[in-house]
Design a protein around this ligand. Structure first.
Ligand code: 3PG
Length: 308
């Protein structure tokens, strides 16, 4: 019997990516079911019921969704962060959870750079701005996105610094990066801090008041990672206390309404996460997800499994 694949994207992929995904499943003789722009979780619970596989973006594959599925064997998060999948529930049900690492990284990296320019130029409004050239960029986590941000920023003439205890220091140094051994040092010495940490139990709210208060005079914090890694109480407090600091974030924090007017041009937030919103990223991540599903069923390939 042919496999049923649910493409559940509250924020749909570009048409060109969906066409590519359809072709991959057509060739494999799998049936593709599309649930796009849904607003009611009940629709997802219903759609997942008979699916053998599911592709999601930031859509929540929580315990309810996993419980509602009767045949699900694989969930692929078409993207990097898989904090939206309840891994424990998936593992308990024998479901293989995967992501597509690196596939949308360039889009996110370009947005991080865009945010830096936007904040440097007073959100493209009046008044003197500043240039990126010669400024110190602190990459907080040197993974797929962090490394791309570093590469682009080199072209702007920025000095690249990084903190990442999980990446070999020699590798970063060989790429021209000044490596910091402490996160406090990175925050206190850089003009821009670009966040690229995942959201997990250890990192949630880890960017707190103490850390942000270490930031250099006039520095900007750029968050294209996850809003959950920021301690919002600390953010509000430091941004009000220190009128020199700036914060740009891809997806508004819960305290957005409280700070937006107070902070003016020192603050920018997107309404809907747009880091991976490019056709290229949609094609890369969407097609990778589809291929991973076919390879999983046809060859038992679990290369990108994240719940091992
Ligand atoms: C990711 O983790 O890959 C990015 O945050 C992209 O998320 P999105 O697919 O919901 O845009």
């Amino acid at each position: 019997m042919s496999k049923k694949v649910l493409l559940a994207t509250e924020k749909p992929f570009a048409k060109v990516a969906v066409d590519g995904i359809s072709k991959i499943f057509e060739k494999a003789s799998y049936e593709l079911i599309r649930l796009e722009k849904y607003t009611d979780k009940a629709d997802l619970l219903k759609a997942v019921e008979n699916a053998d596989a599911m592709i999601i973006r930031s859509d929540k594959a929580d315990a309810d969704v996993i419980a509602a599925s009767k045949a699900l064997k694989i969930i692929v998060r078409a993207g990097a962060g898989y904090d939206n999948i309840d891994l424990k529930a998936a593992t308990e049900k024998g479901i293989c959870a995967q992501n597509t690492p690196g596939q949308n990284s360039n889009a996110v990296a370009e947005l991080a750079i865009g945010f830096m320019l936007y904040m440097a130029r007073n959100r493209f409004t009046e008044g003197n701005g500043s240039e990126l050239k010669g400024k110190k960029l602190g990459i907080h986590a040197y993974g797929n996105v962090g490394r791309l941000v570093a590469n682009i920023a080199k072209g702007f003439g920025m000095e690249i610094c990084a903190f990442d205890p999980f990446v070999d220091k020699a590798i970063m140094q060989a790429e021209g990066v000044k490596v910091f051994d402490s996160i406090e040092e990175l925050y206190s010495q850089c003009d821009y801090i670009s966040l690229h940490i995942p959201a997990n139990d250890k990192t949630k709210k880890s960017i707190n008041y103490d850390l942000m208060s270490k930031m250099k005079k006039g520095a900007a914090l750029i968050n294209t990672a996850r809003k959950e890694v920021i301690c919002e109480e600390g953010l509000k407090k430091i941004m009000i206390e220190r009128e020199d600091l700036k914060y740009a974030t891809d997806i508004a924090p819960d305290c957005h309404a409280e700070i937006v007017e107070k902070l003016g041009n020192r603050y920018h937030a997107t309404k809907k996460k747009m880091g991976a919103e490019t056709s290229e990223a949609n094609i890369n991540a969407g097609l990778a997800a589809a291929n991973q599903i076919v390879n999983f069923f046809e060859k038992g390939d679990k290369t990108f499994q994240v719940n091992k």
